[in-house]
Design a protein around this ligand. Structure first.
Ligand SMILES: [Zn+2]
Length: 245
């Protein structure tokens, strides 16, 4: 016998309807992707898209965040995973390295990583400044010109800093300071960050800096050692032997 479904419409429970009828109600606009549905045996009501695959409907891969047709993806519980990420995801499922079992990098090891990155970036900034001055800038007594040149220099240095953090985190899983101390930046699942999230995480870290370091300090009191920017971007910093794939 086919499953009988119930669905919510204007806060009322409708149904039961057979599965084929349920899918038809989507095309007629009675059921939307986020309409709650339920059938006997389900622990709780869930959104239509989380339990049924609709031709033509898209979803976001929980690993690489690419938007794909749901019919082209595989669903693991609540999560959609695209074909490109599937093998890696199932491998990590088998190894039990998804979620919960990660070893989070502690406050001091992260402070150490920040210090190493700080020194490297200081050298980078000085090189940029020297190159900029070499290009005949910063050699004027005209206050207005000098001030605008200083602004340009600061922007160049900020861009270099943003590129340093986003590039290394995206490409290698961590900045040189973090890698040197065996740490990686990952998602809550333990997956590699997308480039969008890497960039977002850098800019979110500026918020942590602007809180006079409190954004960093909270990592010492968090069970998953998250800084403010980790919370904003839903990232974690783990110890490398802590199973980054
Ligand atoms: Zn993917």
């Amino acid at each position: 016998m086919s499953t009988l479904w119930y669905y919510a419409s204007e806060d009322r429970q409708m149904g039961p309807v057979p599965e084929t009828e349920l899918d038809k109600l989507v095309s007629t606009g009675v059921i939307f992707p986020y309409t709650l549905v339920w059938h006997e045996g389900m622990a709780e009501w869930q959104t239509y898209t989380s339990v049924r695959t609709v031709p033509g409907l898209v979803g976001m891969c929980s690993q690489c965040e690419e938007v794909e047709l749901q019919s082209e993806m595989v669903r693991f519980g609540e999560k959609w995973v695209c074909v490109n990420c599937k093998d890696n995801y199932t491998q990590r499922l088998r190894e039990g390295t998804l979620g919960g079992k990660m070893v989070y990098a502690g406050f001091w090891i992260r402070a150490g990583a920040l210090l190493i990155d700080g020194v490297i970036l200081l050298i980078v900034q000085l090189v940029i400044q020297a190159a900029y001055a070499g290009a005949d800038a910063l050699r004027t007594f005209n206050g207005y010109v000098l001030a605008s040149q200083m602004v340009v220099l600061k922007l160049l240095q900020l861009a270099a800093q943003a590129a340093y953090h986003s590039y290394f985190v995206y490409q290698l899983g961590g900045t040189p300071g973090k890698l040197a101390l065996g740490c990686r930046v990952v998602t809550a699942d333990g997956a590699k960050l997308t480039w969008k999230r890497s960039i977002a995480r850098y800019f979110a870290s500026l918020i942590s800096v602007s809180t006079l370091g409190i954004g960093y300090l909270i990592a010492a009191f968090d069970d998953q050692k998250r800084t403010l920017h980790d919370r904003i971007c839903d990232t974690r910093v783990i110890v490398k032997s802590g199973r980054f794939v």
